[in-house]
Design a protein around this ligand. Structure first.
Ligand code: ADP
Ligand code: ZN
Ligand code: ZN
Length: 829
């Protein structure tokens, strides 16, 4: 067959093989599965299309994505069942990115791709069958198939027919139905149930009550299905939730009636068009000299069209957003696209409003507060090129833009940019990959950059840009540190110091606003024993229970356990129990007794889900309908309230000892950021930092808003102790139902690791620590251990980790024990 004409003929009839990322596979046996592309599908099948494939022994239908197409012998391969998409939903760039994700985060191929798609695209499939009339080939059927056909032929109702076949498949597999389809006796069709977009919709999300105590709800299986769906995707339109779960809307309604979920009006995609007053023009933004300088450096890079990373370190109130606005305007004027990532869903309305007023409908938004249909619509607008500016939280980094000019990560030091469920990616890394592909600029910005980023900037890997002045030369707030020990000595048992009380009352008199930060989630008070000093623990978790005044119950934040208040100590039987600790609820109570006329807004950032309703409260506060806002760290970041002149930090001491090497960094950043909320308008801000450890250097550096001083201290510690960024840290986390088996599993994996390391002799030093019990050794009834490996995140080490994960799944000690690996994740919990 050397003749060229023949060989090209030969190529034309060469069958196609699709390498497919299949849904629902376990990591330890995940790979690309090969399928033959049937001739009738050959013309349309492309990389990045979703397909339906037969999988496993029973040939159950599963959804997958075509990652590769190759020519070759397909004789021994199962064929694809059908195509879900006429056109690829994942671009070549994003397919590559999926491979990167899998390589870096140890997830399956399918999970990597799924992360990039809006949830409405993780379609649920339903197959329907129909008998072919006048079928004549019964003679060639196997006896069993002929018998099934006879049985089916007696059924007149199509619904019943499908029910019977479905039952048959569950019990006996697909062999006979497939035979009938192949012989032409029966047709099968796949209906892809996709949620549809709808502009004005009733939305549904889980209630805070359900989130904090799911076990206290008695749900029907169907309601449970809806609850699980909502907990995975955040929120959805009522119709969508019903549709995606295959239940009627009344199931969703009953879930709401029972208090587990709540309905609300979708309001996030409000348009600002037609609102003439709101319209702004990018040309009218005048940057300050400092802002201009930072802007020009990045703009020069945009013209260069080479990838580069900038770190913009700008003090709170320096006007980083104005720099973003200008750069995004430049980018779209160059015909390229822009992405702006923000750390919190609660910040979207404010940012979105600003950008819509400048760029109108060209702005698309992606986050989990939107209905599935809205998310799909926004996704499509981006994919079509109708929107060339994308704003969103972490997952927006995968937005299907095709010609990116700039990616901006605002408040880049926030931990929310690291995904803490599979795939455990870091947004920065994904952004860098996309920048390399698009030859574009990545701009990281914060008043308190992560130690990792600042380190890279210092070493010249990132270009450091600085803005040291607040916009309009407003001074930074004047911070006083209050020693709470002295307050106690003076007989003040209250949570707020005398100085803070004075300042609050001065603010009330002057009609100025105050923000009080109390970083203890919500209400709670810990119940502690006066005789044995033990707090009352959750029976499922190694976490103290907290007292909720609202329902007079003890609750566990981690598993939702609820019990009535106890009067005897579970450890020693003593009757001497006392309430300890202090939460926002109690603070509100104390404040309103002290300042009866004050209008107090309490923001309980207790669950992620209440974040969706923040917008209205924040707007009300900004519009002056409240005098004092109290809340947890949620209120501390990114928001701009010009009338706030007083910030009180009630107690962050405990956060310093959170048992994670990042706890100093987090605490410093939190104080600096919340103090930075004050004095952003005309009047100078004051801040009061209450602490029992006034001499601690973190308190002093935060009071001075001295990031550089903090960085120098911190990097010295990290260097001495060898912590990131001086190394990478892979955390292996084990969990299971029995303490002893989890520990034995972890120890077996440790032996496996040590053996493999001796063989491998890695090029860079590796230190393995543990296994130790996690800080919360038990959560939701699952015991948890971890092994920490300090190493270099190299291809060699990732290969090693992959092998450990795959081989440990086969260890007998690991039976019933779950394991994941997370590079540079959180050690804390
Ligand atoms: P940062 O995010 O750096 O803390 P912001 O972007 O919130 O600061 O800006 C602080 C305040 O200064 C905002 O009220 C903003 O409107 C104002 N501001 C900043 N830069 C400008 C500018 N170039 N023109 C007009 N107002 C500005
Ligand atoms: Zn006791
Ligand atoms: Zn618990």
């Amino acid at each position: 067959m050397q003749d060229s004409e023949h060989s090209s003929d030969y190529q034309r009839i060469m069958p196609l093989t699709a390498e497919v990322a299949v849904s629902g596979t376990a990591y330890s046996f995940d790979m690309l599965f090969s399928y033959a592309v049937p001739e009738k599908l050959a013309a349309k099948t492309a990389c990045g299309c979703r397909v339906l494939v037969p999988f496993g022994k029973g040939n159950k239908r599963r959804i997958g994505v075509v990652m590769k197409l190759t020519e070759g012998d397909t004789a021994r391969l199962k064929p694809l069942v059908s195509l879900v998409d006429e056109e690829p939903v994942v671009s070549e760039e994003l397919l590559r990115l999926a491979l990167y994700l899998r390589e870096q985060t140890f997830c399956t191929y399918y999970d990597a791709v799924k992360t990039m798609l809006p949830p409405a695209m993780s379609v649920s499939t339903k197959e329907t069958f129909r008998l072919v009339k006048n079928f004549t080939g019964a003679g060639s059927l196997s006896p069993a198939a002929a018998e099934l056909l006879d049985r089916l032929a007696c059924i007149t109702d199509n619904k019943e027919l499908n029910a019977v076949i479905e039952e048959h498949i569950i019990e006996n597999g697909r062999r006979l139905p497939d035979e009938l389809c192949d012989a032409g006796a029966m047709d099968s069709d796949n209906v892809f149930r996709q949620a549809v977009g709808d502009a004005a919709v009733r939305m549904v999300r889980l209630s805070d009550k359900y989130m904090s105590a799911p076990e206290s709800f008695d749900l029907t299986p169907k309601q449970k299905q809806v609850a699980e769906f909502l907990s995975e995707y955040g929120s959805a339109a009522v119709r969508e939730a019903a549709y995606m779960c295959g239940v009627t809307e009344s199931v969703v309604k009953r879930l709401c009636a029972g208090g587990a979920a709540e309905e609300y009006e979708a309001e996030v995609l409000r348009r600002v068009e037609g609102d003439a007053e709101e319209k702004r023009r990018p040309e009218d933004i005048v940057l300050s000299p400092e802002q201009q300088k930072a802007h020009d450096a990045v703009l020069a890079q945009l013209h260069e069209r080479k990838p580069a990373v900038f770190l913009l370190h700008g003090v709170t109130g320096s006007g980083k957003t104005s720099v973003f606005e200008k750069l995004i305007d430049d980018t779209v004027k160059m015909g390229r696209q822009a992405m702006l990532l923000i750390p919190e869903i609660g910040l979207t309305p404010q940012i979105l409003k600003r950008f819509r007023s400048l760029f109108g409908e060209r702005v698309a938004v992606i986050h989990s507060g939107l209905s599935l249909g809205q998310r799909l619509d926004e996704y499509k607008r981006i994919k079509r090129g109708d929107a060339d500016i994308v704003i969103g939280t972490r997952s927006a980094v995968f937005a299907p833009l095709s010609n990116i000019g700039i990616i901006i990560i605002d408040e880049e030091g926030e931990r929310s940019y690291k995904s803490d469920s599979s795939p455990r990616y870091t947004t920065h890394d994904i952004a860098k990959q996309r920048c390399a592909y698009h030859n574009c600029a990545l701009l990281l910005a914060s008043a308190t950059p992560s130690i990792e980023s600042y380190y890279l900037a210092e070493r010249g890997a990132y270009r450091l840009l600085e803005m040291k002045e607040r916009y309009g030369n407003a001074p930074l707030p004047e911070v006083s540190i209050i020693d709470m020990n002295l307050e106690r000595e003076a007989g003040n048992r209250k949570e707020f110091s005398r100085k803070l009380a004075e300042e609050i009352s001065a603010n009330l008199k002057n009609g100025e606003q105050s923000i009080l930060l109390l970083n203890r989630r919500g209400y709670h008070t810990i119940i502690s024993c006066c005789d044995c000093y033990q707090p009352v623990y959750c029976p499922n978790c190694s976490v103290p229970l907290t007292y909720h005044k609202k329902n007079d119950k003890l609750m566990c934040h981690y598993c939702g356990y609820v019990s009535p208040p106890v009067d005897t100590c579970p450890s020693c039987g003593s009757k001497h129990l006392k309430n300890m600790g202090f939460g926002t609820q109690k603070l509100e109570e104390e404040l309103s007794t002290f300042f009866p006329s004050a209008r107090i807004l309490r923001m309980d950032a207790d669950t992620t889900f209440s974040r969706y309703s923040y917008e209205k409260s924040f707007t009300d506060f900004r519009d002056g309908r409240y005098d004092i806002m109290i809340g947890t760290q949620m209120i501390g970041k990114g928001l701009d309230f010009p009338n706030v002149t007083l910030v009180g930090v009630l107690s962050v001491d405990k956060a310093l000892y959170a048992g994670d090497f990042r706890s100093y960094e987090r605490t410093f950043s939190l104080i600096t950021q919340v103090v930075g909320r004050g004095g952003r308008g005309e009047r100078r801000g004051r801040a009061i930092l209450q602490t029992f450890i006034p001499e601690h250097y973190i308190m002093n550096l935060a009071a001075a808003q001295d990031y550089k001083g903090f960085y120098n201290e911190e990097i010295a510690i990290r260097r001495a102790m060898i912590f990131p960024p001086l190394c990478d840290m892979c955390i292996f986390c084990f969990s299971g139902n029995e303490d002893i088996s989890v520990r034995l599993g972890a120890e077996a994996v440790l032996r496996l690791m040590n053996g493999k390391l001796r063989e491998l002799q890695p090029k860079t030093p590796v230190r393995v620590l543990g296994p130790v019990r996690c800080s919360y050794g038990r959560i939701n009834g699952k015991y948890r251990y971890r092994i920490i490996m300090k190493c270099k995140n190299s291809a060699e080490m990732r290969g090693f980790i992959r092998e450990v994960l795959t081989e440990s799944a086969k260890l007998k000690e690991m039976k019933g024990v779950a394991l994941y690996a997370d590079i540079n994740g959180d050690v804390g919990v």
